[in-house]
Design a binder for this molecule. Structure first.
Ligand SMILES: NC(=O)c1ccc[n+]([C@@H]2O[C@H](COP(=O)([O-])OP(=O)(O)OC[C@H]3O[C@@H](n4cnc5c(N)ncnc54)[C@H](O)[C@@H]3O)[C@@H](O)[C@H]2O)c1
Length: 313
């Protein structure tokens, strides 16, 4: 199949491209190298996906004419491109333009096609709000610009699917970690601090936060399981993540154990909108997609540490 992966230079998108290539698909990876974090890291990811056989397209979903870059037929779209996370240096416009407007422009492009691809939207547990423990049927209560704009993007995609313009679904991911994790996220920051002998900035109160820390390959198992299940997935939302909950303090202790060290903590004011608890309720994904994440935190973090050492030391 011809598959478009947006956000292909990023953390989860680049892994997904590699998995899809391994499954024998022709993959078009698109990204604008947004400056949200170090572009060199994204370029390294793009080198890896090109080496694996992907076609890479540098384009901005908000402004570029997609018909110039994409093949005339696409069978599937996995839409990862977004302004992610909760960041004090990001503006409301960053979230609105990259999460809502960029999604609408991609939908506008797809609407011009007579044969339309299946559209798998990548959403987030932040849609649920400060406590993300709910099933897909419950009312979302986002508490950040990120959560609000990702909810809007998800509902845009599902609106098209409900109207029958194409078949599509939305996948709400929970706290993903592993090799290539973004530099602003917990485990890459922790590992970098230890290996560079620097103190770790901990947002006040976050040591008690509970998270469904989910290994990236377990997330991708769920994402690609939509292929072949298009009918049953159409218009549906699925939570994807592990049911195993760990506190941030446990995450820190696990990194300390694996690197045989004690991390020097530097307290920092709490981030508004940060979730106090995420616990993936994956009953629906288990039932419909046979989804079964299996990687434990220690095993996943070992792989992330090895990746970090291989790339940066
Ligand atoms: N990392 C997580 O724990 C997590 C959890 C839940 C959901 N998600 C979702 O997964 C997706 C990927 O997240 P990630 O952590 O890999 O982030 P990432 O920042 O590494 O990847 C996103 C990519 O999208 C690209 N992009 C942004 N705006 C674009 C635009 N206008 N046009 C083209 N490309 C654009 C960026 O350059 C980046 O490479 C996002 O949709 C995010 O909301 C991530």
């Amino acid at each position: 199949m011809n598959i478009l992966v947006t956000g292909a230079a990023g953390f989860i998108g680049s892994h997904t491209v590699e998995r899809l290539l391994g499954l024998g698909h022709t993959v078009y990876g698109l990204d604008n190298f947004s400056p949200y974090y170090d572009i060199d890291l994204k370029k390294m990811n793009v080198s890896a996906i090109k080496k694996a056989g992907a076609h890479f397209i540098e384009a901005d979903l908000r402004t570029d004419d997609l018909s110039k870059y994409l093949p005339s037929t696409l069978d599937f779209v996995f839409h990862f491109a977004a302004h992610p996370g909760i960041s004090a240096s990001s503006t409301f416009k960053d979230y609105v333009s990259n999460n809502i407007l960029a999604t609408q422009r991609l939908l506008d492009y797809i609407e011009t096609k007579s044969r339309r691809p299946f559209f798998a939207n990548i959403a987030t547990s932040s849609i649920y709000g400060l406590e993300a423990t709910l099933t897909e049927n419950e009312v979302p209560l986002p508490a950040s610009w990120y959560g609000v704009t990702k909810l809007a993007a998800e509902q845009l995609v599902l609106a098209y699917a409900r109207r029958g313009f194409f078949k599509g679904c939305s996948l709400r991911l929970y706290s993903v970690y592993g090799p290539r994790e973004r530099p602003d996220k917990l485990y890459t920051r922790l590992i970098a601090c230890v290996l560079q002998n620097k103190p770790f900035t901990l947002f006040n109160g976050s040591e008690k936060h509970l998270r469904s820390f989910t290994y990236v390959q377990d997330i991708i198992d769920g994402i690609v399981s939509v292929i072949g299940n298009e009918e049953v997935c159409n218009t549906q939302i699925f939570n994807l993540g592990t049911e195993e909950e760990n506190t941030t303090a446990t995450g820190i202790e696990t990194v300390e154990k694996l690197l045989n060290t004690t991390i020097d903590i530097l307290p920092h004011p709490a981030r508004p909108g940060d979730q106090s608890r995420t616990k993936a309720n994956i009953d629906k994904a288990r039932r419909v997609l046979n989804y079964n994440p299996t990687t434990g935190l220690e095993e996943g973090l070992k792989a992330q540490i090895e990746w970090y050492k291989g790339r940066f030391l």
